[in-house]
Design a binder for this molecule. Structure first.
Ligand code: MN
Length: 232
Protein backbone atom coordinates (compact mmCIF):
# COMPACT_ATOMS: atom_id res chain seq x y z
CA UNK A 1 0.00 0.00 0.00
CA UNK A 2 1.26 3.49 -0.87
CA UNK A 3 2.53 5.42 2.09
CA UNK A 4 0.78 8.78 2.41
CA UNK A 5 2.49 12.07 3.18
CA UNK A 6 -0.47 13.05 5.30
CA UNK A 7 -4.03 11.88 5.90
CA UNK A 8 -7.21 13.72 4.98
CA UNK A 9 -10.22 13.99 7.28
CA UNK A 10 -12.78 11.23 6.74
CA UNK A 11 -15.81 12.30 4.73
CA UNK A 12 -19.12 11.92 6.51
CA UNK A 13 -21.38 9.07 5.41
CA UNK A 14 -25.16 9.43 5.39
CA UNK A 15 -27.31 7.09 7.49
CA UNK A 16 -30.13 5.25 5.70
CA UNK A 17 -33.39 4.53 7.52
CA UNK A 18 -33.69 0.79 8.17
CA UNK A 19 -30.11 -0.01 7.11
CA UNK A 20 -27.07 -0.60 9.27
CA UNK A 21 -24.78 0.36 6.38
CA UNK A 22 -24.37 4.06 5.54
CA UNK A 23 -24.34 5.79 2.14
CA UNK A 24 -20.86 7.09 1.20
CA UNK A 25 -20.65 10.49 -0.47
CA UNK A 26 -19.14 10.56 -3.95
CA UNK A 27 -20.00 13.76 -5.80
CA UNK A 28 -22.48 16.52 -4.97
CA UNK A 29 -24.41 18.05 -7.87
CA UNK A 30 -26.90 20.87 -7.34
CA UNK A 31 -29.67 22.03 -9.69
CA UNK A 32 -30.19 25.79 -10.00
CA UNK A 33 -33.58 27.51 -10.35
CA UNK A 34 -35.87 24.52 -10.23
CA UNK A 35 -38.86 26.28 -8.65
CA UNK A 36 -40.39 29.20 -10.57
CA UNK A 37 -41.24 31.22 -7.45
CA UNK A 38 -37.64 31.02 -6.23
CA UNK A 39 -36.25 32.06 -9.62
CA UNK A 40 -38.61 35.04 -9.52
CA UNK A 41 -37.46 36.10 -6.05
CA UNK A 42 -33.87 35.91 -7.35
CA UNK A 43 -34.83 38.27 -10.16
CA UNK A 44 -34.27 35.78 -12.97
CA UNK A 45 -36.42 33.74 -15.28
CA UNK A 46 -36.45 29.97 -15.33
CA UNK A 47 -34.74 28.46 -18.36
CA UNK A 48 -37.23 25.83 -19.44
CA UNK A 49 -34.98 24.65 -22.27
CA UNK A 50 -32.44 22.99 -20.01
CA UNK A 51 -31.59 22.65 -16.32
CA UNK A 52 -28.23 23.92 -15.06
CA UNK A 53 -25.93 22.82 -12.26
CA UNK A 54 -23.17 23.71 -9.89
CA UNK A 55 -21.23 21.37 -7.64
CA UNK A 56 -20.09 21.26 -4.05
CA UNK A 57 -16.91 19.60 -2.88
CA UNK A 58 -17.73 16.38 -0.99
CA UNK A 59 -15.65 17.67 1.94
CA UNK A 60 -18.28 20.44 2.31
CA UNK A 61 -20.77 17.83 3.55
CA UNK A 62 -22.06 17.72 7.13
CA UNK A 63 -24.85 15.73 8.70
CA UNK A 64 -28.12 17.00 10.07
CA UNK A 65 -27.86 17.99 13.71
CA UNK A 66 -24.45 19.61 13.26
CA UNK A 67 -23.40 22.95 14.71
CA UNK A 68 -21.25 24.84 12.22
CA UNK A 69 -19.56 28.26 12.36
CA UNK A 70 -20.92 31.24 10.45
CA UNK A 71 -18.55 31.19 7.46
CA UNK A 72 -15.96 33.81 6.61
CA UNK A 73 -16.33 36.23 3.72
CA UNK A 74 -20.07 36.86 3.83
CA UNK A 75 -22.60 39.18 5.43
CA UNK A 76 -25.56 37.41 3.84
CA UNK A 77 -25.44 33.66 4.51
CA UNK A 78 -28.64 32.01 3.27
CA UNK A 79 -30.47 28.74 3.83
CA UNK A 80 -31.96 26.75 0.92
CA UNK A 81 -34.14 23.74 1.73
CA UNK A 82 -33.95 21.00 -0.91
CA UNK A 83 -34.77 17.38 -1.68
CA UNK A 84 -31.69 15.31 -2.46
CA UNK A 85 -31.54 12.24 -4.69
CA UNK A 86 -29.03 9.52 -3.82
CA UNK A 87 -27.99 7.53 -6.89
CA UNK A 88 -27.80 3.76 -6.39
CA UNK A 89 -26.64 2.35 -9.72
CA UNK A 90 -24.61 3.32 -12.76
CA UNK A 91 -26.55 5.57 -15.12
CA UNK A 92 -25.29 7.08 -18.38
CA UNK A 93 -27.30 8.57 -21.25
CA UNK A 94 -30.52 7.34 -19.67
CA UNK A 95 -34.08 8.23 -20.56
CA UNK A 96 -36.13 9.80 -17.73
CA UNK A 97 -37.94 6.48 -17.31
CA UNK A 98 -34.64 4.60 -16.94
CA UNK A 99 -33.10 7.36 -14.86
CA UNK A 100 -35.70 7.33 -12.10
CA UNK A 101 -34.91 3.65 -11.50
CA UNK A 102 -31.40 4.69 -10.46
CA UNK A 103 -32.59 6.55 -7.36
CA UNK A 104 -31.60 4.55 -4.30
CA UNK A 105 -32.97 6.98 -1.75
CA UNK A 106 -34.36 10.45 -1.11
CA UNK A 107 -33.52 12.86 1.68
CA UNK A 108 -33.71 16.37 3.06
CA UNK A 109 -30.72 18.61 2.39
CA UNK A 110 -29.62 22.21 2.87
CA UNK A 111 -27.70 24.16 0.23
CA UNK A 112 -26.16 26.87 2.42
CA UNK A 113 -25.08 29.83 0.31
CA UNK A 114 -23.02 33.02 0.58
CA UNK A 115 -25.75 34.95 -1.25
CA UNK A 116 -23.80 38.22 -1.44
CA UNK A 117 -20.90 36.49 -3.16
CA UNK A 118 -23.11 34.38 -5.41
CA UNK A 119 -24.93 37.48 -6.66
CA UNK A 120 -21.67 39.39 -7.17
CA UNK A 121 -20.24 36.44 -9.10
CA UNK A 122 -23.43 36.19 -11.14
CA UNK A 123 -23.33 39.92 -11.97
CA UNK A 124 -19.75 39.62 -13.19
CA UNK A 125 -20.52 36.38 -15.11
CA UNK A 126 -18.03 34.51 -12.97
CA UNK A 127 -18.36 31.00 -11.50
CA UNK A 128 -20.29 30.61 -8.26
CA UNK A 129 -17.72 28.67 -6.24
CA UNK A 130 -17.19 31.22 -3.47
CA UNK A 131 -20.94 31.64 -3.14
CA UNK A 132 -21.89 27.99 -3.26
CA UNK A 133 -18.96 25.69 -2.48
CA UNK A 134 -18.81 26.83 1.11
CA UNK A 135 -17.28 24.69 3.85
CA UNK A 136 -20.01 22.84 5.79
CA UNK A 137 -22.61 24.02 3.28
CA UNK A 138 -24.00 20.69 2.06
CA UNK A 139 -26.14 19.36 4.91
CA UNK A 140 -27.75 15.93 4.73
CA UNK A 141 -30.45 14.27 6.83
CA UNK A 142 -30.72 10.47 6.98
CA UNK A 143 -31.86 9.01 3.67
CA UNK A 144 -35.10 7.10 3.02
CA UNK A 145 -35.01 4.33 0.44
CA UNK A 146 -36.98 5.11 -2.71
CA UNK A 147 -39.27 2.11 -2.28
CA UNK A 148 -40.22 3.34 1.20
CA UNK A 149 -40.80 6.94 0.06
CA UNK A 150 -42.89 6.16 -3.01
CA UNK A 151 -43.50 8.56 -5.86
CA UNK A 152 -42.55 12.24 -5.77
CA UNK A 153 -45.89 14.04 -5.91
CA UNK A 154 -47.42 16.76 -3.75
CA UNK A 155 -45.29 16.23 -0.63
CA UNK A 156 -44.80 19.41 1.42
CA UNK A 157 -41.26 20.83 1.60
CA UNK A 158 -40.66 23.40 4.32
CA UNK A 159 -37.98 25.18 6.37
CA UNK A 160 -38.06 27.14 9.60
CA UNK A 161 -35.56 29.48 11.26
CA UNK A 162 -35.89 29.46 15.06
CA UNK A 163 -39.31 27.87 14.57
CA UNK A 164 -40.65 30.49 12.16
CA UNK A 165 -41.73 29.10 8.77
CA UNK A 166 -39.68 30.62 5.94
CA UNK A 167 -40.13 28.19 3.05
CA UNK A 168 -43.35 26.26 2.41
CA UNK A 169 -44.05 24.60 -0.94
CA UNK A 170 -44.71 21.21 -2.49
CA UNK A 171 -42.59 18.93 -4.65
CA UNK A 172 -45.25 19.34 -7.33
CA UNK A 173 -43.65 22.74 -8.02
CA UNK A 174 -40.40 21.20 -9.28
CA UNK A 175 -39.83 22.42 -12.85
CA UNK A 176 -37.51 19.55 -13.79
CA UNK A 177 -38.68 16.32 -12.19
CA UNK A 178 -36.47 13.58 -10.80
CA UNK A 179 -36.29 11.51 -13.97
CA UNK A 180 -35.65 14.55 -16.16
CA UNK A 181 -32.81 15.83 -13.96
CA UNK A 182 -30.98 12.51 -13.78
CA UNK A 183 -31.57 11.83 -17.48
CA UNK A 184 -30.15 15.22 -18.46
CA UNK A 185 -27.17 15.03 -16.09
CA UNK A 186 -26.42 11.49 -17.29
CA UNK A 187 -25.72 12.96 -20.70
CA UNK A 188 -22.63 14.63 -19.24
CA UNK A 189 -21.49 12.35 -16.42
CA UNK A 190 -21.25 8.64 -15.76
CA UNK A 191 -23.44 8.85 -12.68
CA UNK A 192 -22.79 6.14 -10.12
CA UNK A 193 -23.59 5.12 -6.56
CA UNK A 194 -22.43 7.85 -4.16
CA UNK A 195 -23.55 10.68 -6.42
CA UNK A 196 -25.99 13.06 -4.76
CA UNK A 197 -28.19 15.55 -6.60
CA UNK A 198 -29.77 18.48 -4.77
CA UNK A 199 -32.92 19.36 -6.70
CA UNK A 200 -33.24 23.09 -6.04
CA UNK A 201 -34.99 25.22 -3.47
CA UNK A 202 -38.49 26.72 -3.33
CA UNK A 203 -39.21 30.38 -2.69
CA UNK A 204 -38.57 32.04 0.67
CA UNK A 205 -34.79 31.92 0.95
CA UNK A 206 -33.23 34.32 3.41
CA UNK A 207 -30.36 35.06 5.76
CA UNK A 208 -29.35 33.45 9.01
CA UNK A 209 -27.07 34.74 11.76
CA UNK A 210 -24.94 33.18 14.47
CA UNK A 211 -27.13 31.41 17.00
CA UNK A 212 -29.93 30.59 14.56
CA UNK A 213 -31.38 27.10 14.42
CA UNK A 214 -32.58 25.91 11.01
CA UNK A 215 -35.06 23.05 10.76
CA UNK A 216 -36.78 21.60 7.73
CA UNK A 217 -38.67 18.68 6.37
CA UNK A 218 -40.31 16.94 3.46
CA UNK A 219 -43.39 14.76 4.01
CA UNK A 220 -42.28 11.13 4.29
CA UNK A 221 -38.57 11.88 4.83
CA UNK A 222 -36.39 12.34 7.90
CA UNK A 223 -36.27 15.98 9.10
CA UNK A 224 -33.12 18.10 8.95
CA UNK A 225 -31.56 20.62 11.32
CA UNK A 226 -28.50 22.86 11.48
CA UNK A 227 -27.28 25.25 14.17
CA UNK A 228 -25.04 28.22 13.40
CA UNK A 229 -22.44 29.09 15.97
CA UNK A 230 -20.36 32.26 16.15
CA UNK A 231 -18.24 33.53 13.32
CA UNK A 232 -15.22 31.44 12.39
MN1 MN B 1 -29.85 25.41 -4.11
Amino acid sequence: MTELLFTLPDLPTIPVVGETAAYPIGRIFCVGRNYAAHAAEMGVEVDRQTPFYFTKTPSAAVLSGASVPYPPGTDNFHYEMEMVLAIGRDVFRATPEQAIESVYAYGCALDMTRRDLQLAERAKQRPWDLGKDVENSAVFAPLTKAADFGAVAKQRIHLEVNGEVKQDATLEELIWNVGEIISHLSGFYHLRPGDLILTGTPAGVGPVVAGDVITGGIDGLEPISLTLTGAD
